[in-house]
Structure formats: structure tokens, C-alpha cells
Design a protein around this ligand. Structure first.
Ligand code: SAH
Ligand code: SF4
Ligand code: F3S
Length: 472
């Protein structure tokens, strides 16, 4: 058994990162363990977790499990969890209640918990004491070891917890079963060293580790060969790509090399304003296959709060960068993340945030009430705001954000935009896809267009999406 340790997770050394290319395997005894059995994975959190679940699917299929349509059909249920805010915690414990109920009727079901919550001490403590029926717990550093962890749990008939709070290495050649045939996630870096004072990610994902450009570009080349239209380069701070590799090769260079693979669309998330350099902006502007869409988290518009958050930029610097991007990249869409009610946030600080929203008029924004995370510096800062005040700030912020999102959407009315049609949309008998600028569009079109980038004329504007029809 290995338990998480938040203090150990904080440590950053100069230890060299190992790139391990041959650590994944399935023991012979586990090759057929999933024969005639099904798996179900419930994923919470960011794209990184979504991509990790794609690896888990492939690993489970390597053990002969097949995909179940619903949790009720499954013989093994894995919860890939997120720790970013308390509500992510609550959602996962709520779901765990449903699994327990199911286990009451089907006792042989195997239940596993992995992802960022598994890296948290308090979570694993409560799984050990209150959720003894959970079979396996593993962390973000060893998901490729699932076959061995499962084997141990089956052999010993007891809860198996294997979580490491380490800086981490890079494991290549873990199999992947991608959700889409057209769009792919590609990790370019793992972990985070920024330690924003509110954020749990550096503790759950380890140190910033950039994959080599050769490994990334060869993955993209393979995707191009297999007919993929779009890649999203993933990392908590993609703009800091390469800074840990002691070379001069930066995110700008990587974007350029990715553009040269000929893949039709390149996206990347997330951009920290701190590391966004001019070269990156120039490269994005230069290549048509790098999408004019940038997610640029602001977090707060108050210099005082930004400092307390450890974000290392000021409101002025953010706006300066924002304007530079807008001026150099034609038609660019910029979205953001904002946290309200950070400890000590005054009405004046909050008004500063609204002022930045009024200045930048973001295409859209993800907005959150600050949620204290155990072990982070901000969790011990005093927060005097009442729940009503917190909710009121979120409400006022959302009103403003939605006003600008709606205004941006209105500008699309009647325009012709390229859309990668990716699937049948949920509600109606339409296809859905995204514009180059990341607007969701529902399109009346035949299924034969799925997987193609098509010019679409926007015919209606909805609150969260656009409607359109194909232009011949
Ligand atoms: N690496 C990205 C953010 C990843 S987390 C970046 O630095 O921009 C996604 C978003 O969750 C953050 O941008 C932040 O707005 C929000 N978030 C993170 N920790 C939070 C917390 N403790 N409470 C509320 N929101 C939080
Ligand atoms: Fe969290 Fe900050 Fe790292 Fe983003 S940059 S993952 S907000 S610590
Ligand atoms: Fe959540 Fe972990 Fe991503 S905390 S947001 S799943 S990195």
C-alpha cells in the first residue's frame, strides 16, 4: 500500500526527469481477466483527465474487457476524479453512492478510484475508513500500472491503494483508445510548478515535465496518417513548454513544428499569461492551421488579489497581452477563467475584475466561487465573505460575462464559418461541431459530413450555441 502525502507532493528538486518508454505491460495472468466482462469509466475534470481515461480504456481492453453502455452493465467501474473544487468532490462521492447501491445487487463488481482526488490525503483516508468496499485506488503517476494493481486486489481480496506523491516522470507508449476519430488530445507537458496559492493541481499532478518534441511530433504525424483533423496540445501551462528541458526550444517552436505536420487544426490549452511570449503570438498569426482561439485565464482583475493568488502578472500586464493578441491575430476569440470571493476579496477588488471584463469583453468565461483546497496556502487565509455575498458576486459576474458572450455570438449572424462536424448533436437530429474560434454550432446536415471541415452559414443565435446550414 502507498498513501498520498501532500507535503511530499509539494517538493520540487533538480532531479532529472526520466522518460520511460517500456514500463507498460499486462501480466499474462491478467490478459484474459476481462473476457465476457465490461468496463465503465466515469470521468470528471479537465481535458487531461479526459485523455487519461482514453488511456484507461485501452488498458482495460488490453485485459479483454469491453466497453459497457451504462454503469449498470459493467463489471468494473472506474471513477477518474477531479480535485479542483469542493463540488467536484461532492459529485464524485455522490456517484460513489450509486456504485455502492449497485454493488449491493452485484457484489462482484470491481470499483476503482483514480485521478486527482486519489492524490489527496483526506480523500484516501475516508476511502480507507468509510468506503472499504472500494477495491482499488491509484493515482495520476501510475495509471499505466492498473493491470498489476488490479491483479493484487483480486489475489489478496482486499482494498489495494497505490498512490505516489512524487514529482513524476514521463511514461511513453501507454496505449490509447481515443474517443473521436477526428479530434485528438495530445499531452505536451505534465504537472505544474506554478503553485498558484488556491490550486491543488501541482500537488496532484507533480512537477512540470515537458515531453520531447520528437515524441510529440511523431504522435501528431501518426494522427495525421490516421485521418485526424484536429489536435489539442494539452498542459496546465502550455506556454511554459520546454522550460524544464534546458533548451531554447519553446512553445512557439513546438506550435510551428506541429503546424508543419499539416494537421488541419491545432488548438492548445491552457495558456498562463505569464509565459505568453511574442514569438507564440507571431506563430499563431502566421499559420492558418493554428486556430485563432486562446483560453487565457484571468482569475482576478485586482492586482492585490492576483498577488495573493501568486499569479505574477498585474491587471495592466494582462490587458496589454490581451490587446497584443487581439491586434496581431485576426478574428481571434479569447476566453477566460475567473474566480470570485478569493480570501480577502473586497467589493473594490471585485469591481476591478468586472472592469477587466468590461475592457476585454471575453468571448466567454468559466466563472467559479473560490473553493478552499486542503494543503494549499490560500486554504489558511481568512475569508470573511458570507455565502450570500459569494453567490451575489458570481451572479453579477455571470450577468456581465453572458452579456458579452451574447454580443460576440450576435456578430456571427449571417456569417460563413468553417466547422469541423464531429457527431450527431444530442438534442435534435442535427450534427454538431466547432468553428475555428471554438463556437459550438448545430448544423442541419447529412451524417456523411461527419469528420469534415465544412463552411457553414450561421442562421440563428442561441444562448450557448449557434445554428447553421451548410453552404454549397
Ligand atoms: N492551469 C490552468 C488552470 C487549471 S484549473 C491555469 O493556470 O490557467 C481550471 C480553473 O479552475 C482555473 O483557471 C481556476 O479558475 C479554477 N480553479 C482552480 N482552483 C480553484 C479553486 N481552489 N477554487 C475555485 N476555482 C479554482
Ligand atoms: Fe493551478 Fe496555477 Fe498551475 Fe494553473 S498554473 S494548474 S491555476 S497552479
Ligand atoms: Fe481536476 Fe486534476 Fe484536471 S484537479 S482540473 S482533473 S488536473
Amino acid at each position: 500500500m502507498n498513501l498520498p502525502d501532500l507535503k511530499a507532493a509539494k517538493i520540487r528538486t533538480k532531479k532529472e526527469i526520466k522518460i520511460i518508454k517500456n514500463d507498460y505491460s499486462v501480466p499474462i495472468s491478467m490478459k484474459k481477466i476481462g473476457k465476457d466482462k465490461k468496463y465503465y469509466i466515469k470521468t470528471y475534470g479537465c481535458q487531461m483527465n479526459v485523455h487519461d481515461s482514453e488511456l484507461l480504456c485501452a488498458i482495460l481492453e488490453d485485459m479483454s474487457f469491453t466497453n459497457a453502455d451504462s454503469m449498470e452493465d459493467a463489471d468494473i467501474i472506474i471513477l477518474n476524479t477531479c480535485a479542483i473544487r469542493e463540488n467536484a468532490h461532492n459529485k464524485m462521492f455522490g456517484f460513489l453512492g450509486r456504485v455502492k447501491h449497485l454493488k449491493g445487487t452485484k457484489p462482484d463488481i470491481i470499483c476503482g478510484i483514480c485521478g486527482c482526488m486519489a492524490q489527496e490525503e483526506n480523500v484516501v483516508d475516508s476511502i480507507k475508513s468509510k468506503y472499504k468496499w472500494v477495491d482499488i485506488v491509484f493515482g495520476t503517476h501510475n495509471l499505466h500500472k492498473l493491470p498489476f494493481i488490479l491483479e493484487e486486489s483480486i489475489k489478496n481480496k482486499k482494498q489495494e491503494i497505490e498512490v505516489f506523491s512524487i514529482e513524476g516522470d514521463i511514461y511513453e507508449n501507454i496505449p490509447v483508445k481515443r474517443d473521436s476519430k477526428y479530434k485528438a488530445w495530445v499531452n505536451i507537458m505534465l504537472g505544474c510548478d506554478k503553485f498558484c496559492t488556491y490550486c491543488i493541481v501541482p500537488y496532484t499532478r507533480g512537477k512540470q515535465r515537458s515531453r520531447t518534441r520528437e515524441d510529440i511530433i511523431s504522435e501528431v504525424n501518426e494522427l495525421v496518417k490516421n485521418g485526424y483533423k484536429e489536435v489539442t496540445l494539452l498542459g496546465q501551462n502550455v506556454n511554459a513548454y520546454g522550460k524544464d528541458l534546458n533548451t531554447n526550444y519553446t512553445m512557439g517552436d513546438l506550435l510551428e513544428d506541429t503546424a508543419k505536420t499539416g494537421i488541419e487544426r491545432i488548438r492548445f490549452v491552457t495558456s498562463h499569461p505569464w509565459d505568453f511570449d511574442d514569438k507564440m503570438i507571431d506563430i499563431i498569426a502566421k499559420y492558418d492551421n493554428i486556430m485563432p482561439y486562446i483560453h487565457l485565464p484571468l482569475q482576478s482583475g485586482s492586482d492585490r488579489i492576483l498577488k495573493l493568488m501568486g499569479r505574477r502578472y498585474t491587471k495592466e500586464k494582462y490587458i496589454e497581452l490581451f490587446n497584443k493578441i487581439k491586434n496581431k491575430i485576426p478574428n481571434v476569440s479569447i476566453t477566460t477563467d475567473i474566480i470570485v470571493a478569493f480570501p480577502g476579496e473586497t467589493e473594490e477588488d471585485f469591481l476591478d475584475t468586472l472592469e477587466v471584463v468590461n475592457t476585454c469583453k471575453f468571448d466567454s468565461a468559466f466563472t467559479f466561487i473560490y473553493s478552499p483546497r486542503v494543503g494549499t496556502p490560500a486554504a489558511s487565509m481568512e475569508n470573511n465573505l458570507t455565502e450570500d455575498e459569494k453567490n451575489n458576486r458570481l451572479y453579477r459576474l455571470n450577468e456581465l460575462v453572458n452579456k458579452y458572450a451574447n454580443e460576440t455570438n450576435q456578430k456571427y449572424m449571417g456569417s460563413i464559418v468553417p466547422v469541423l462536424l464531429e457527431s450527431v448533436s444530442e438534442k435534435e437530429d442535427n450534427l454538431m461541431g466547432y468553428t475555428d474560434t471554438m463556437k459550438l454550432v448545430n448544423v442541419k446536415a447529412d451524417k456523411k459530413y461527419i469528420g469534415k471541415i465544412i463552411n457553414v452559414k450561421i442562421t440563428d443565435i442561441k444562448t450557448w450555441s449557434l445554428d447553421g446550414e451548410i453552404v454549397d
